[in-house]
Each structure stands twice: as structure tokens, then as C-alpha cells.
Design a protein around this ligand. Structure first.
Ligand code: F6R
Length: 625
């Protein structure tokens, strides 16, 4: 959360920074600001609200220069006002800072700095960083030291606790940008005579594909001559230059009205790419090449702990069904934000699994560290190559969904389900709980999945738009499912509430009669996941019970929107509306179930005039706890 872009080079600085911020706006959009250094010293412009407000301010009061930094904010400390918008300054206005993260000891530092005579004008934690640097620069100046800004930033960051990616410029040392990272991500872009810093790759990918990914404790100094990397002690360090292969166009809307819609329609490709090169239909084997764990490690494991947040937690909960069913290993699923506060029982025989699109969610990273501290090996299912969580994991399964820009996760979710399925089959093979024939049959079904998703997208978009016309004014929604379909009901409810602001709840269908039935009346739309795998006895049983639950809803005048397989003969008689998907094995049905729910949420949000890609109060990567 919060997007940062910095640039030093021959191009006009403001357009480079604004363009980068626009591509990073998914990280936060409560306010935006820019600081540029040039012949008139440092000039700042800031505005509350989205980036376009800042653009209006810049139109009225332009700035120009040879280097600069910009920020788009997701508010943590302090309301989203102009005053609290980044960049922030010290008392002299000569030191300017943008920051992503939280300074946990800011109150103690603020009191100390106030006692030294510093004056604060904002409610933010970031402002103390500018004053700390000012304080350090003042004492360094007294000793006549060289590299004053760099050294002062280094001393200042050593005093901070919490998480930060910060970028600093100073009027006294023009044409220099200093960046430091501890926690939230920061990448450095290496161009021809021009250098960039950003919170994430899409912010600078249009200018260069050659990047350094800063690690925790790294600092970078950018000048027109190049980039120097050090640690927080000032020791020179080397980081490999990584070349980013994905196409910047992947991070564009490509003719769709919203990123979310484009990403929903990209799901067949995301699933194909996540499967590609990982299965052999001849042997029925799954190959997970980034896995540093051996088959023996998998045989020895006595249980699996999964930790994740939000949509990734829903994938985790569906993954529990896959792993327990196929590999016969008990699985516990935790909200990552809760995991380390319950003193979990983890040990070297427990495998830790972290599921995260961004790979930088602070809670998930904290859960991973807790697992590792207790002796567990960890595996990350992640969509971002080289993200923090992947670096600390013993094994990685990348979901190849491509960049996900819409704040509401869609293609990353279905790619996570596929990665979990591959992992479950792999684990089951290692543990000998499924035969080669069973495994081959499952993998063959997996290869059919992208085509089935294409079919759903082709046939269901229109009906979902129609339903949105009828139900977009509802004030509440219920989503019901049983077994592996229950987490998908939760996901349907989350999608609807986050982008349309309609109150929605996901519930296990069988639990309705234990309380929530009291909510049902003729105004309540109830979305029921009633797909089934007819070849599977458990699936048929679950389906029959779900059918009874639908009757219970209609008997109380609730409006049922059912998701069912195309061949279903009973659902059309009991539900008010049916959204059809093709047949698939029970463990793969969730991938098909969720697509109508994504489209329904999307069309309802559009009809309600909501900001689909950037819903209020949210941000894409949650790098604070
Ligand atoms: C909802 C959504 C969030 C994320 C959650 C975890 O649409 O996107 O609930 O799933 O913030 O993020 P990652 O997967 O990046 O750890």
C-alpha cells in the first residue's frame, strides 16, 4: 500500500513520475503528491483524493526540474487531507521524504524531536523521518562529513522500528535520490543515463526492464552517474540485475472498461500458464521446479498449516479440501493476521504454506516468520516473482496470472486454486495416497479447465449483467455453499461487498437453520453454489443437501440465484435464476463456481456507479499489520 516513484534523468520529470504513479495507484488513492528539484530549488505539489486531483493542481501551478519523487497514499496515520499527503518536509523545507509503511516508534521519536525544537505540522508518522534526517544532517554538518544526506538517512533509518520503504531528496544535495527499504518493497530501475525507484515494477516498466530488487536493510543512492547500493551500516553491497520479461501491455486495460473485467477474462490464460510445463499426462506426474523440498520431506510431514489473508485465505480454505482429500494429511487454515497471536503449535514435521498474490502482505509474512521460527519449512504460493515471501520460503509455486491491477482479486484467485490443486496432487504422489492412474485422470481434467472457463465467460456474462439489473438495489446478499464450495461462497460475498459496498455474507448452507434463516424475506437475494460432480458420491450427497437448503430459502420467499452444472435437471425447478457452468471433478468445480460470482459482483458494482478498480478504503498490497 502506498505507491512511490522517483526519477533522475534527462526526460521531463513530472510526466515520468505521474505516469508511474498512475500505474501504482492501485496501491492507494487517498491523496497524491510530488516534489521536484530544479533551478528553483525543491518544489512540492500535493492534493487530497486521486491522482487526477494532483494533475489538476500541477496544471494550474506547474513545476519542473531534473529529479523528483512522487507518492500516492493509502492513509494509515492521519486523515487523507492535503496536509497529510506526502511528500513531507523537515523544519527547513529542504529535506523531502515519501514513505510506504508504518513507523511504529514514531510517537517516542516525535516527543524527542519536539524537545529538540522541531515543529510538526501533520498527523503522520512519516513527518518524523524528515525531522530525524534534519537532526542527523545538522550534527554531521558540525563534523564536516562528506556524503551528508546519505549518511544522515542511514543514521535515521537505524532509529526507526516498523516497516518502511522511503525515498528522500534534499535541496542541499541536488541531483541525488536516496532510497531505503525495510519491509515494503522497493525496486530500482536502471535505464540509459536515467534511474528510477518505485514501489512496484509496473511503475517503471515502460522505461526499463532492468531492475534491482532492494532487500530488507538495503539503501540505494541514485545520481545521474548511476546507482550505488549499501546496507544500513554503509557497506557496499551487490544485488543481481533482474530482467523483467512480462510485457508492460499486460498491465494495461487493453480495451476493457476496467482492469477487473479484463482480469476476469484473462483467467483461461492464467490457468493455462500456471499449469504449463508442470504436468506430464504420460506419467501422471507433477513437476514443481522451484520446490527445494524433497519427496522425503513430504513423506515425513504430519500436517500442513496454511496462512493467508482475504481472497487468498478463501483459496487456502478450498486448498484444505484438496490436500486432505488427495494427500490424506490434516490441514489447518489460519487468517495470517491471527496466526502468530494464538501461539500456534508448529514444529519441523509441520509444513507451512503461505498463499499470497502480492507476496508482500505484512500479516502473511509475519505468519511465515513465526512458522520458520518454530522449525517448520515453508512453501509460498505467490504471483510476484522475487517477492519477499518467496525469498524466505523453502519452496515456491508461482501462479502465472500476470500482473493483477484491479484491487479486487480475480485471476490470481483461480490461479491459486490451480496451484493448490497441483500441490495436492504432487503431495499425494509423494505420499503414495493416489495411484498413477488417478493422478493422470485428475491432470487430464485440469488441462480441460481453461476451455471450460472460456465457455463460462462466453455464456455467463450476459445473464450476470441481466441479474445485476434486477438485484443491484438490494441492500443485503447471502452466498451459500457446502464443502469445498463454502469458501467460494465466502469469496462471492467478499467480491460483492468490496466493490459494490452491498452488505454480503457467505455461509455454509447447512448452518442456515442454526440462525441466519431469520434473515430471509422476499427482498433477500441468496446465491447458492449447487454445482456437482455426478461421478463422485460425496459430491452427489452434498448436492442433495444443498437442494434441500434451496427449498428452505424459497419456502421463506428468499430469491435464489443458483450456480449449477449445465446438465442439472432439478435446480431450474427450485431456483429463481440459474447460472450454468460445465461439469468438472469436485475439486476443480470451485474454479468454475467463482466466475459467475465475480461477474455478478462486477456488473452490480458498475450499475451502482462504484469505482470498480479502486474501491473506497482499500489498497492492493497490504504491507501494514
Ligand atoms: C480481495 C483481495 C484481498 C487480498 C488480501 C491478501 O479481493 O484482493 O482480500 O486477497 O489482501 O493479499 P495477498 O494475496 O496479496 O496476500
Amino acid at each position: 500500500m502506498c505507491g512511490i516513484v522517483g526519477y533522475i534523468g534527462p526526460k521531463p520529470v513530472v510526466p515520468v513520475i505521474l505516469e508511474g504513479l498512475r500505474r501504482l495507484e492501485y496501491r492507494g488513492y487517498d491523496s497524491a503528491g510530488i516534489a521536484v528539484g530544479g533551478s528553483r530549488g525543491l518544489e512540492l505539489r500535493r492534493a487530497p483524493g486521486k491522482l487526477r486531483k494532483l494533475e489538476e493542481v500541477l496544471h494550474e501551478r506547474p513545476v519542473e526540474g531534473t529529479y523528483g519523487i512522487g507518492h500516492t497514499r493509502w492513509a494509515t496515520h492521519g486523515r487523507p487531507t492535503e496536509e497529510n499527503a506526502h511528500p513531507h518536509r523537515d523544519c527547513t523545507g529542504r529535506i523531502v521524504v515519501v514513505h510506504n509503511g508504518i513507523v511504529e516508534n514514531y510517537l517516542a521519536l516525535k516527543q524527542e524531536l519536539i524537545a529538540e525544537g522541531h515543529k510538526f505540522i501533520t498527523e503522520t508518522d512519516t513527518e518524523i523521518i524528515a525531522h530525524l534526517i534534519e537532526q542527523e544532517m545538522a550534527s554531521a554538518a558540525q563534523t564536516g562529513k562528506n556524503m551528508v544526506l546519505e549518511e544522515s538517512v542511514r543514521r535515521a533509518v537505524r532509529r526507526l522500528t516498523g516497516a518502511f520503504a522511503l525515498v528522500v531528496i534534499c535541496a542541499d544535495e541536488p541531483n541525488k535520490i536516496v532510497a531505503a527499504r525495510f519491509g515494503p518493497p522497493a525496486v530500482i530501475g536502471l535505464g540509459e543515463g536515467e534511474y528510477f525507484v518505485a514501489s512496484d515494477v509496473p511503475g517503471i516498466l515502460h522505461h526499463t526492464r532492468n531492475l534491482y530488487f532492494l532487500a530488507d536493510g538495503d539503501m540505494a543512492v541514485l545520481t545521474p552517474e548511476g546507482v550505488r547500493l549499501t546496507d544500513f551500516e554503509g557497506n557496499h553491497i551487490e544485488r543481481p540485475v533482474q530482467r523483467i520479461l512480462w510485457d508492460p501491455i499486460q498491465a494495461e486495460k487493453g480495451g476493457y472498461k476496467h482492469f477487473m473485467l479484463k482480469e476476469i477474462f484473462e483467467q483461461p490464460r492464467a490457468i493455462r500458464d500456471t499449469t504449463l510445463g508442470r504436468i506430464s499426462l504420460d506419467t501422471g506426474k507433477v513437476f514443481l521446479s522451484e520446490m527445494k523440498l524433497t519427496e522425503e520431506d513430504f513423506r515425513r510431514a504430519t500436517r500442513i498449516h496454511i496462512a493467508a489473508c482475504g481472497t487468498s485465505w478463501h483459496a487456502a480454505t478450498a486448498g484444505k479440501f484438496m490436500i486432505e482429500r488427495l494427500a490424506r494429511l490434516p490441514v489447518e487454515v489460519d487468517y495470517a493476521s491471527e496466526y502468530r497471536y494464538r501461539d500456534p503449535i508448529a514444529d519441523p514435521n509441520a509444513l507451512g504454506l503461505l498463499i499470497t498474490q502480492s507476496g508482500e502482505t505484512a500479516d502473511t509474512l509475519a505468519a511465515q516468520r513465526e512458522m520458520i521460527a518454530k522449525g517448520s519449512r515453508t512453501i509460498a504460493i505467490c504471483n510476484v516473482v522475487g517477492a519477499m515471501i518467496t525469498r524466505e520460503a523453502h519452496g515456491v509455486i508461482y501462479t502465472h496470472a500476470g500482473p493483477e491491477i484491479g484491487v479486487a482479486s480475480t485471476k490470481a484467485f483461480t490461479a491459486q486454486l490451480v496451484a493448490l490443486f497441483l500441490f495436492a496432487v504432487h503431495l499425494a504422489q509423494s505420499r503414495g495416497t493416489i495411484s498413477a492412474d488417478e493422478s493422470r485422470a485428475l491432470l487430464e481434467e485440469l488441462t480441460l479447465l481453461p476451455g471450460k472457463v472460456e465457455e463460462v465467460l462466453r455464456t455467463i456474462d450476459g445473464p450476470c449483467e441481466q441479474l445485476a439489473r434486477t438485484y443491484s438495489t438490494a441492500s443485503d446478499f447471502l452466498f451459500l455453499g457446502r464443502g469445498i464450495h463454502y469458501p467460494i461462497a465466502l469469496e462471492g460475498a467478499l467480491k460483492l461487498k468490496e466493490i459494490s459496498y452491498i452488505h454480503a455474507e457467505g455461509y455454509p448452507a447447512g448452518e442456515m437453520k442454526h440462525g441466519p434463516n431469520a434473515l430471509i424475506d422476499e427482498k433477500l437475494p441468496v446465491v447458492v453454489l449447487a454445482t456437482q460432480d455426478r461421478s463422485n458420491r460425496d459430491s452427489r450427497l452434498r448436492y442433495e443437501k444443498t437442494l434441500s437448503n434451496i427449498q428452505e430459502v424459497t419456502a421463506r420467499s428468499g430469491k435464489v440465484i443458483a450456480v449449477a452444472v449445465r446438465e442439472d435437471e432439478e435446480i431450474p425447478h427450485v431456483a429463481d435464476h440459474v447460472l450454468y457452468v460445465p461439469q468438472a471433478p469436485e475439486l476443480l468445480l470451485p474454479v468454475l463456481d467463482v466466475i459467475p460470482l465475480q461477474l455478478l459482483a462486477y456488473h452490480i458494482a458498475v450499475r451502482r456507479g462504484c469505482d470498480v478498480d479502486q474501491p473506497r478504503n482499500l489498497a492492493k498490497s497490504v504491507t501494514v499489520e
